[in-house]
Design a protein around this ligand. Structure first.
Ligand code: GRF
Length: 202
């Protein structure tokens, strides 16, 4: 009898549009990623990602930070839900909140983030705007494991995106998002197949 391996359960964390969440869902549904997106965790009641989750019939969990006394309390509740779903991988996808030690330690080396620059350049908010303002000719996309510092942690994969002289924030963002929607599913596929190179990661 062939060995039967259970597909890993993934939680995707979003605060906004959720196009990367959608790309991950699409790539699970088309069979590229052998995993189950069990939960979408959201901290913003106005996030379009909530509607996307409903459309694709994925359970969503809205937990606003302001309804908790501390970051620790917020994360304790999130962890309770993640454990109920037996989550083996967390994908941050436009989640505009720095994770605390509680969540990071609980899911050590099991949290990925996507950032729209070639880290360590242009950390934080408005990374695409930052690259344009700095007048660099190349920016890009980074996939990395998450630690307690902002946009920090072992880099898994990066892809450059050329900046054209006549690029606006919108045109550049569009090309960056196209790259993101290829790169994130690729990295998640490698994670679930256990083929990500983890050298140097403690
Ligand atoms: C992406 O550009 C991602 O790199 C950054 O936030 C944005 C999220 O976009 N972390 P979306 O919500 O997935 O459309």
């Amino acid at each position: 009898m062939p060995a039967c391996t259970l597909a890993i359960n993934i939680a995707v964390f979003c605060s906004g549009n959720g196009s990367n969440f959608q790309a991950l869902v699409d790539n699970v549904n088309n069979g590229k990623i052998n995993a189950n997106i069990a939960l979408m965790v959201c901290d913003n009641p106005n996030a379009y990602a909530l509607q996307r989750a409903q459309q694709v019939e994925i359970k969503s969990l809205l937990l606003e930070r302001k309804h908790f006394k501390s970051r620790d309390d917020h994360e304790t509740t999130i962890i309770e839900h993640l454990e109920k779903e037996n989550i083996g991988l967390i994908c941050l996808a436009g989640y505009l909140r720095l994770l605390g030690p509680k969540l990071v330690q609980h899911y050590k080396n099991k949290i990925l983030n996507i950032h729209p620059s070639l880290l360590p350049a242009f950390k934080g908010l408005n990374a695409i705007r930052q690259a344009l303002d700095a007048r660099v000719k190349i920016t890009g996309v980074t996939l990395h494991f998450v630690d307690e510092k902002m946009d920090h942690g072992a880099i898994v994969l990066q892809e450059p995106v050329k900046i054209d002289d006549n690029d606006t924030e919108e045109t550049l963002a569009e090309r960056i998002h196209q790259v993101e929607h290829q790169l994130y599913p690729e990295v998640v596929k490698r994670f679930v197949e256990d083929t990500l190179k983890l050298e140097g990661i403690q």
